[in-house]
Design a protein around this ligand. Structure first.
Ligand code: PMP
Length: 322
């Protein structure tokens, strides 16, 4: 679907996968107006297909567009485009359990021009790719490196938007985490370099027995849809759930005194990943016995059951398309 100043959204097309040709003066290449989303289509036990909360992705896409001075795509157009692609690629929706068809909606400026200002032409595209079960050989906890040198986002910046530049800025820290022997980087707030924000492409949850806390949305972390869904599920399963502030020192001391029992990360790709161990400039520690915790696995199963259709969709989160 295209957008042009004075014309609005027009020319929706379903076309075979093919390269796009880009003008060397394409404004995205120079000024970075590029946003995206990620969501999954799951096979249902009755033979149908459904996507998980696509209207939430559509709304976050609009919020990202506003932050980058791009046009807002109507929620219905976003969902219709995803639906059309899933129907077309129906044969590519895996029929086994946790596997899915991953959808990647994105928008970028197509105008060729020099000078920093919002472009006057954009293209919205959705592509798809089958995604296997994230943990094929059993759920494996990740190790994390807490970055104090680099920050992902600062107050007033683009951290709450799902824009390409945020990910470009994260690459050196991810490489640094790998150098330390860790799987993922954990980000701190930009001002005090003290408060835990999120991990790589996932939000974080801290489990203290029956109490579960996730970092509050400060404006510099991404409001994850999995994060929001788990706030509901965990509460309905009887946990005491809160959004709050957790510092690196809180994490380390609560882990040492045993009050912190589990930590996990959540996002569309892996649904829920246990965090097993931490490395940081302030020391290294292991969470619990380093293995997946009970609460983590219970919440993971509860969410996956809704997504795969093993449990009733009591929240009305699954968008059925046949
Ligand atoms: N944080 C970041 C930086 C991400 O890229 C993602 C993945 N979209 C998330 C958190 C998790 O968000 P969601 O649950 O909507 O996939």
């Amino acid at each position: 679907v295209k957008w042009a100043d004075g014309v609005g959204w027009h020319d929706a097309q379903l076309v075979p996968y093919a390269p796009l040709s880009i003008d060397p003066a394409n404004m995205t290449l120079h000024y970075g107006q590029a946003i995206f989303e990620g969501l999954k289509a799951y096979h249902r036990p009755d033979g149908g297909v459904a996507t998980f909360r696509p209207e939430e992705n559509a709304k976050r896409f609009q919020a990202s567009a506003r932050r980058l001075a791009m046009p807002e795509l109507p929620v219905e157009t976003f969902i219709e485009a995803c639906d059309a692609l899933v129907r077309q690629d129906r044969a590519w929706v895996p029929t086994s359990g946790e596997a899915s068809l991953y959808l990647r909606p994105f928008m970028f400026a197509t105008e060729a021009g020099m000078g920093v200002r919002p472009a006057k032409e954009y293209l919205f595209v959705v592509i798809a790719s089958p995604a296997g079960a994230y943990f094929a050989g059993g759920v494996k906890p990740v190790s994390v490196w807490i970055s104090e040198e680099y920050v992902r986002a600062a107050p007033g910046g683009t951290g709450a938007a799902k824009c390409a530049g945020n990910y470009a800025a994260s690459l050196v820290a991810q490489a640094q985490a790998a150098e330390k022997g860790c799987d993922q980087v954990v980000w701190l707030d930009a001002v005090e370099r003290r408060w835990i924000e999120e991990m790589g492409g996932m939000n974080l949850y801290f489990v203290y027995g029956n109490r579960i806390v996730t970092p509050e949305l400060t404006g510099s972390l991404l409001p994850g849809i999995t994060r929001a869904s788990l706030l509901r599920i965990a509460e309905d399963l009887g946990y005491e759930v809160a959004e709050g502030r957790i510092s690196v020192d809180d994490w380390r001391s609560a882990n040492a005194d045993g009050s912190l029992t589990e930590v996990f990360a959540c996002g569309t790709a892996a649904v829920i990943t246990p965090v097993g161990s931490v490395k940081s400039a302030r020391g290294d520690w292991t969470i619990g016995d380093g293995g997946p915790g009970e609460v983590t696995m219970r919440l993971r199963q509860a969410l996956l059951d809704i997504q795969t259709g093993a449990a009733d969709d009591t929240y009305g989160w699954m968008h059925r398309l046949g």
